[in-house]
Design a protein around this ligand. Structure first.
Ligand SMILES: [Fe+2]
Ligand SMILES: [Fe+2]
Length: 286
């Protein structure tokens, strides 16, 4: 399927299934952390650490609430960057072919932040963005474009794995399931678009060996720094746990968490390796 036909098909799907986050969600007056699951328990970031067996079910549920708010905050920060990057490329002469879909992409990402922000501001908070900024140095436009869409794809692939698991998990509070389901439905289209565009950009690049090496290094660093945000000391403190920074460090190096990251990244890694964007095992540093 060509990029143009993918753009047409995805634009039709977006037009016919447009949702309004202002009417789609019913917000309870309040939620009780510690009472319900908001994150799939096996996906909590402290599974596999020394403290995990000592936590009561209530404490684990409280952690699941704050980790959900962290996950939604990661999406808000990612979507802010995405909105800026997509808007900057809208109707640029070499992006005219994909501009019809960029309108839907922008529209849908804005709506996602409405409900992620709706949850965080009503019941928790928007956690600060701890991801360090990459790419301060000015790069050639084609390199910047590729990095922007490839990083978007990495961010969305990993997030979508969580959405996909959690929308099916009937232990979760119905609001958490709904947020994950709503996001997954539209992200599935963004991922199709992202894979088609990233493949197209990669196949048409004529970069030097050094540039290819730098691009690959940049993607691997982005992948690692993105994952680190799932281990947020602020979340542990909000769940009433002490030594939050030590916990984040221990969790990051836990073999259980390393295996979890591998599983949750498998689809993303498979795409990047199959498209020859990254050599096999490049992401094993994570
Ligand atoms: Fe989104
Ligand atoms: Fe998206």
């Amino acid at each position: 399927m060509t990029l143009a036909s993918t753009v047409r098909r995805l634009s039709d799907l977006s037009r016919h299934s447009a949702k309004d986050p202002y009417v789609e969600f019913q917000w309870p007056d309040e939620l009780e952390p510690g009472h319900d699951w908001f994150t799939t328990p096996e996906y909590l970031s402290l599974v596999g650490t020394g403290i995990w067996p000592t936590l009561s079910e209530e404490r684990r549920k409280s952690l699941s609430f704050h980790e959900a708010a962290n996950f939604y905050s990661l999406n808000i920060h990612g979507e802010k960057t995405l909105l800026q990057g997509l808007s900057a490329r809208l109707y640029r002469s070499d992006m005219v072919e994909v501009s019809p879909y960029l309108h839907h992409f922008i529209d849908e990402e804005n709506k996602h932040s409405v409900y992620f922000g709706g949850f965080c501001t009503r019941y928790a908070k928007v956690y600060r963005n701890r991801q360090f900024s990459l790419g301060v140095q000015r790069l050639p436009q084609d390199v910047e474009d590729f990095l922007f869409f490839a990083k978007t794809l990495i961010f969305e692939e990993v997030g979508d794995h969580y959405n996909w698991v959690q929308m099916r998990d009937d232990r979760l509070h119905p609001l958490a399931r709904r947020i994950n389901r709503s996001h997954h439905v539209e992200e599935a289209r963004h991922l199709l678009f992202g894979r088609a565009l990233v493949t197209d950009l990669w196949q048409h690049q004529e970069w030097s060996r050094e540039t290819v090496r730098d691009v690959r290094d940049h993607l691997v660093q982005y992948f690692v720094s993105g994952w680190k945000q799932y281990y947020n000391p602020d979340v542990y403190a909000d769940a009433g746990l002490t030594h939050a920074f030590d916990l984040a460090e221990e969790a990051w190096y836990s073999p259980v968490q390393r295996a979890h990251r591998k599983t949750a990244s498998a689809k993303c890694e498979e795409f990047l390796v199959d498209a020859r964007i990254l050599p096999p095992e490049s992401l094993d540093v994570c």
